[in-house]
Write a protein that binds this ligand. Structure first.
Ligand code: NAD
Length: 469
């Protein structure tokens, strides 16, 4: 048998046999583990930055604010709130259950598998394993095969915090992941592409494992005609150029009123030049595309659009040896261009213009439900029109990306952009079974009042229920 199969079998069995012990850990013990994980991350901050630089050429400052800080603040949130979240909660009764006791208790799901992508190779695994461990589960973490340096440091932090029978890293690509997916997990948490998400769902169906899918998609940025374009453009450039566009919630395309398209283009050019200079490949601030396959995929989206008649108005310069694509703006794109169909996941903005908001709404409704919807407007009617008439994982008004950091908002998609919710209390609940417990303490329970044989008295009782309860 191949080595990876032995390793997968070993880790799976180890955790399967140990899951009932892990379940018994008190909330205080779980918090201690989270604190240890947090201090491990703090100690290794420099090594994490170096690894992210090697894997994605991320600027250390960007690694700090997009990977390390959010991971630490998620841990903090759990450390501070876990006692409250995990506490069994009493719920109110109605008249039927008057005098009895009803509770919600949070039970660990059991043995879990967490599969992560390469684009935030430190933050995403830490964020989801935090919720998983906090909820009292074991976890096998399968990080992306494309970020080996970050995986190495992550594995060493995890190994110095948790025994393998509680939390273990299992590395590998498609074969390895496909093999571990044949196992019977109580819950699978997957972050990645919609295409692979469908395969994960099929694997989960075999054992009816619980499933969270954090996927991608085409998140629109809708711009009102009355917007302050300087402000909007600054935000859009940041949202797209962080991690060189390789962010699941990066605005994918710009949906803008046709009267202000040219002003937006001018502003975009001016600000890109100010931010990244004449040759953006020389800017230390911009990361790189993860690999040549993805570089060619994005280049092909640009070439295809151009070939079909689209106009490049900014950028589209390439450095194949570095997997670099400069910040790019494209307009007049024909409907059959691939760039309007596929998630771009790179530093390229297609511009779609609209004449009225109905047209913009129809354009959004033609596509799959996005992971995020960005609306730029100071007019509530405009914001509500798009927010109320569309469906999306989340809506963010007059900003980009930052909603993932809000401590009291869930993160997640809908249909093609995902299912289930992550982060904070919602992440804790996703890895828990919310178990209702009803204690009947009153002498007259429904089974007594409705017991056989049915008589005129039972009829009266049911009539009363139908009328009054
Ligand atoms: P991916 O789907 O190719 O890979 C994700 C994980 O699945 C990796 O660990 C990979 O090894 C594994 N995998 C790949 N092919 C597989 C197969 N055939 N069978 C089993 N496992 C397989 O995604 P990616 O390229 O690593 O990441 C980019 C995608 O992730 C984008 O679509 C992005 O939008 C999405 N994403 C979503 C979120 C979110 O929170 N919603 C966050 C980050 C990235």
């Amino acid at each position: 048998m191949e080595d990876y199969k032995d390793k997968a079998d070993y880790l799976y069995r180890l955790q399967y046999d140990n899951k009932n012990e892990v379940r018994k850990l008190s909330i205080a013990q779980r918090i201690e583990l989270l604190k240890k994980l947090k201090s491990g991350i703090e100690k290794e901050r420099k090594n994490i930055q170096d690894s992210l630089y090697k894997d994605l050429r991320k600027h250390p400052l960007e690694s700090d604010y997009t990977e390390i800080f959010p991971a630490l603040s998620e841990l903090d949130l759990f450390i501070k709130n876990l006692h409250r979240w995990a506490k069994t909660k009493k719920v109110k009764n109605n008249l039927i259950f008057w005098g009895n006791k009803a509770y919600l208790s949070y039970e660990p799901k059991g043995n879990c598998l967490i599969i992560s992508p390469w684009n935030y190779p430190f933050l995403l695994p830490v964020m989801h394993l935090t919720a998983c461990v906090a909820a009292g589960n074991t976890a096998i973490l399968k990080p992306s095969e494309f970020t080996p340096h970050t995986t190495q440091i992550l594995e060493s932090i995890i190994e110095s915090t948790f025994p393998k029978k509680h939390l273990a890293v299992f590395t590998g690509a498609v074969d390895e992941t496909s093999y571990i997916l044949t196992k019977k997990f109580n819950h699978i948490h997957f972050t990645g592409s919609t295409k692979v998400g469908k395969l994960i769902m099929q694997a989960a169906a075999v054992h009816l494992s619980g499933l969270t899918l954090e996927l991608g998609g085409k998140s629109p940025a809708i711009i009102d005609k009355r917007s302050n374009l300087k402000d909007v453009t600054q935000k859009l450039i940041w949202g797209k150029m962080v991690n060189l566009g390789q962010t699941c919630i990066a605005p994918d395309y710009v949906l803008i009123h046709e009267d202000i398209e040219q002003d937006f283009i001018n502003e975009f050019k001016t600000q890109c030049q100010q931010c990244f200079g004449n040759d953006s490949s020389q800017s230390a601030d911009l990361a790189r595309i993860i690999d040549n396959r993805n570089f060619l995929r994005i280049k092909n989206l640009i070439d295809d659009a151009q070939h079909k008649g689209a106009k490049i108005v900014w950028g589209a310069t390439f450095k194949a040896n570095e997997n670099f694509i400069s910040p790019t703006l494209i307009r007049q794109i024909p409907q059959n261009a691939l760039i309007l169909e596929e998630e771009i996941f790179g530093p390229v903005y297609p511009i779609i213009t609209y004449q009225n908001k109905e047209e913009a709404l129809n354009y959004i409704l033609q596509g799959n439900k996005p992971l995020s919807m960005y609306i730029f407007s100071s007019c509530n009617d405009f914001v509500n029109y798009f927010s109320n008439n569309t469906s999306a994982g989340a809506v963010l008004v007059n900003e980009v990306l930052v909603h993932i950091q809000h401590p009291r908002l869930p993160f997640g998609g809908i249909n093609h952009s995902g299912m289930g919710q992550s982060t904070g209390e919602y992440g804790f609940k996703e890895f828990s079974h919310i178990k209702p417990i009803l204690k009947m303490t009153m002498p007259l329970t429904p089974s007594k009042l409705l017991s056989f044989p049915y008589t005129a008295k039972t009829r009266k009782m049911v009539n009363f229920m139908l009328k009054w309860l």
